[in-house]
Each structure stands twice: as structure tokens, then as C-alpha cells.
Design a protein around this ligand. Structure first.
Ligand code: UDP
Length: 238
């Protein structure tokens, strides 16, 4: 078997990816499938750190957050990512993977705090890390947390797992002629106004020369094909 294309990756999973076809929350079958994909990659010796979103839980409480102070609502969103991270850590454990959850906000009785040297040590030991609470700051997103943590741990690539299989020339739901980009440069993506990640996350990856691969986590075997360097999804390169 050929060798993985990467030694260390940062996987960004949106909270909504955990919902499956449910309206909100965590779908058991979906999280188990996802964890099996992550386990297969980790078992190859690839060092994996995951940044998990919170949209699946926060969306459920968002109506109640209307009119709320933005920073307060964002802290609620970050707490939602902590719940997802705990579920993911637990599912990884059941799949036989040693995982550590690290939080960007202090919640020590529940999750250990994010400490960079400790995170690097875990990765070197072959443990999967789940980064919870995004960047720890309101007004940011977990995409930005992925770019930030990816840069901090010197990941070779940010793998942005979505429900679509990459970046298209136009919205494939609206335009039947839309085609998938296999590769695209940061500059081209900006010039064409393609939304890859939010602007802050995108700018950070570009500055740090950290490539992004956008792919579908719902497609069987896609994560493994990405890891093996096969033509899957869209690669945003420097
Ligand atoms: N959030 C935040 N700071 C961060 C990361 C997340 O304030 O560094 C909040 C923000 O309110 C966001 C929510 O947490 O809407 C959930 O994160 P995100 O929307 O990125 O999750 P995803 O869409 O990937 O599930």
C-alpha cells in the first residue's frame, strides 16, 4: 500500500456534519461513521487534530439567543462545541482510538485546557486531539480556530470536511453547468469570490501558506483518499 501524503493534519468538522439527517443534535450513526474514518487514518500513523464546530447544537438554541449580546451568544456557541468535542472524544475511545479533548476556554473539571506543548506531545504520542471551544474568543468561528490551531501545530494541511464534495464554479444546486475545481490557488479563489472558509480563517491560512482541502465527509472513503493524496475534493494551494 502506498504511503499517506501527510504526517500531521488538522481536520475541521462542522457541528452540522454530526447531525446526519436530523434537524439538530448528534446522530449516533453519523458520528460513529465519522470516527471510523478518523480511526482508519490515525491507525496509518497520521497525526490527527480535529477542530469541531457547534452549529448542530447552537442552531437549536439560536432562536432563544435572538437579541442577545453577540459576545454572550458566541460563548454559548463555544460551549456547544465543547459538548460536541466530548461526544467525539467518547466515540473515538469506543472506536479504540486514544483521544484527548482540549478546550480553549477554562472548564477544567470537564475538559483539560489547551496548552500548545501538551498538544504537540499528544500528537507525537499518536493520540488524536479534539480541540473544543474554537479560538476561545467571541467574534470568531471554528474555521478560524482550525486555521489557528493548524498553524500552531504545524499541520501540513487543513482538511475542511463539509457536506459538499469541494468548491464549484457556481452553486451546483442552482447551476447544472457548475464544475468542481480540483485545485485552485488562494489568489484565484479571492479573485473569483469563492467562499472557501470565512475571511479571517482564509487570510490566516494564506499568510501561513497552509493549504486547505475541501471535501465531503459524507462520501464513503473520502477522508482516506484525501490522506493518501488522491484526487478528492478541492485543494486550495499557495
Ligand atoms: N464561536 C466563537 N468563537 C470561536 C469559535 C466559535 O465565538 O472561536 C461561536 C460562534 O458563535 C459560532 C459557534 O461558536 O457561531 C459555533 O461555531 P461554528 O459556527 O464555527 O460551528 P460550525 O458551523 O462549524 O458547526
Amino acid at each position: 500500500m502506498s504511503k499517506p501524503a501527510y504526517k500531521r493534519v488538522l481536520l475541521k468538522l462542522s457541528g452540522e456534519a454530526l447531525m446526519g439527517d436530523d434537524a439538530y443534535g448528534i446522530n449516533r450513526g453519523t458520528i460513529e461513521r465519522m470516527v471510523a474514518d478518523v480511526a482508519a487514518v490515525a491507525n496509518l500513523g497520521v497525526e490527527v487534530a480535529v477542530v469541531i464546530g457547534g452549529g448542530n447544537i447552537f442552531r437549536g438554541v439560536a432562536p432563544g439567543a435572538q437579541g442577545m449580546d453577540r459576545a454572550t451568544a458566541d460563548y454559548m456557541g463555544m460551549l456547544a462545541t465543547v459538548m460536541n468535542a466530548l461526544a467525539l472524544g467518547d466515540a473515538l475511545k469506543h472506536a479504540g482510538v486514544t483521544a484527548r479533548v482540549m478546550s480553549a476556554i477554562g472548564i477544567d473539571q470537564v475538559v483539560e485546557p489547551y496548552v500548545r506543548p501538551k498538544a504537540l506531545q499528544y500528537l507525537e504520542e499518536g493520540k488524536v486531539i479534539v480541540f473544543a471551544a474554537g479560538t476561545g474568543n467571541p467574534f470568531f468561528t471554528t474555521d478560524t480556530a482550525a486555521a489557528l490551531r493548524g498553524s500552531e501545530i504545524s499541520a501540513e494541511i487543513v482538511l475542511k470536511a463539509t457536506k459538499v464534495d469541494g468548491i464549484y464554479t457556481a452553486d451546483p444546486k442552482k447551476d447544472p453547468n457548475a464544475t468542481l475545481y480540483h485545485t485552485i490557488s488562494f489568489d484565484e479563489a479571492i479573485a473569483k469570490h469563492l467562499q472557501v472558509m470565512d475571511a479571517t480563517a482564509f487570510a490566516l491560512c494564506r499568510d501561513q501558506k497552509l493549504p486547505i482541502k475541501v471535501f465531503s465527509i459524507t462520501k464513503p472513503g473520502a477522508l482516506m483518499r484525501v490522506i493518501m493524496g488522491e484526487d478528492e475534493g478541492t485543494l486550495v494551494h499557495v
